[in-house]
Write a protein that binds this ligand. Sequence first.
Ligand code: URA
Ligand code: SF4
Length: 193
Amino acid sequence: MSERLDDVKNRVISCTNCNLSKSRTNAVPGNGNYHSDVIFVGEAPGRNEDLQGKPFVGTAGQILSEALEYAGFTRDQVYITNVVKCRPPNNRQPITEERTACRPYLSEELEIIKPKIICILGNTAYSSLLDGSEITKNRGKIVKSDGRLYFVTVHPAAIIYNPSLRQVLKDDFVFLAKSLDKLRKGLDVEISQ
Ligand code: URA
Ligand code: SF4
């Protein structure tokens, strides 16, 4: 257990730093293994997450779990969080003010867990963490920014609308798992510019 992460969780649960606190049922702090060497970052909680207070427990969560297992990860091995911790009404994308207000929590999660790689799930996490507007260029690749390594892939919910991405996500996670293995052994991984 990490007391520092528990402290972040408790502050998220009672946070009123942006307007999303008014419409949420539950805030959704990050969840999973405090010792994970990879953190998965999604966009924002959806309906099921808002009701249960846990990230990725709805349809997108099932797709995420399936792809993780395909690559040999289990949900309880890894740490999963979102750019914003409260559900935007009607699942709209979180606006800049909300992302900015919520950013310190994600920064603390990254600082405390110190993962070897941060896995970006989709455009919102991509633009929030890497300042990029479109993930296509770097999807499936490892990018270095401010001394951290990021792996970029699609959002699991994108698969609901575009089933051909299901295998893309799975193959990306296989590549991520292999890259993590290399990093654990102190070997180099290929970094995209
Ligand atoms: N989509 C996300 O981005 N995060 C969740 O927690 C659930 C769905
Ligand atoms: Fe606080 Fe983040 Fe929820 Fe806004 S989205 S109320 S900043 S926890």
